[in-house]
Design a protein around this ligand. Sequence first.
Ligand code: SF4
Ligand code: SF4
Ligand code: FES
Length: 207
Amino acid sequence: MSEKLVNVTINGKKISAPASLSAVQAFWHAGYTRVEGIGCMEGVCGSCRVMVRRVNKKEVRMQLGCQTFIEEGMQIIFLAFPAPTHHAYQLSDMKNSWDVHSQFHKTFPETIDCRVCGGCTQSCPKDIEVQRGVELAAKGKFREAGELFIECVMCNLCMTACPEHIAPNHVGLFCRRVMAYFHLRPANLITRLEELRQGEMDVRTDN
Ligand code: SF4
Ligand code: SF4
Ligand code: FES
């Protein structure tokens, strides 16, 4: 028995495709090749950002195209990749954890201008409390902020949504990096490195 087809609009093109397909697969199914903005197809690289509107819903949601299964009447638009962040820093410039706060405000001075508008949180396809993460980081609560951003796939939607050009995802990345840099590595990693140091584990260098 052939699978039920649903009718959707993707980037302005009317498409009929099996309901089991994602937005990306449905676009391919209709013969449109799309390479830009497609990566892992597993929901982890954050490349395939789409705006989605469902039938009889006013709300427009930001989602990942490879994780969005098509539904009758859905309108989907793939979003262009935004300009890269201008934030640059070296972890090695921070001599100890006391330097982190000042380095943060040097790198991300715009975080104090956050309007608390919630645009970043609304735009996040991973349902991260993005605005709260920015607020925590601005207050120097880097551990809590970093933990909030653990599921971030760096899709840049929050950065695109921010009227103050804050790049919340890079704020989150900063927090995760400093957490790892100034704290103990995971126990299994330390054990494995110790095994290597003591020669208890063979390392193959021929491939
Ligand atoms: S925090 Fe920003 S970059 Fe990370 S998944 Fe959410 S919207 Fe994407
Ligand atoms: S979108 Fe920007 S200004 Fe608005 S809450 Fe998020 S970080 Fe703050
Ligand atoms: S293609 Fe990687 S998240 Fe969709």
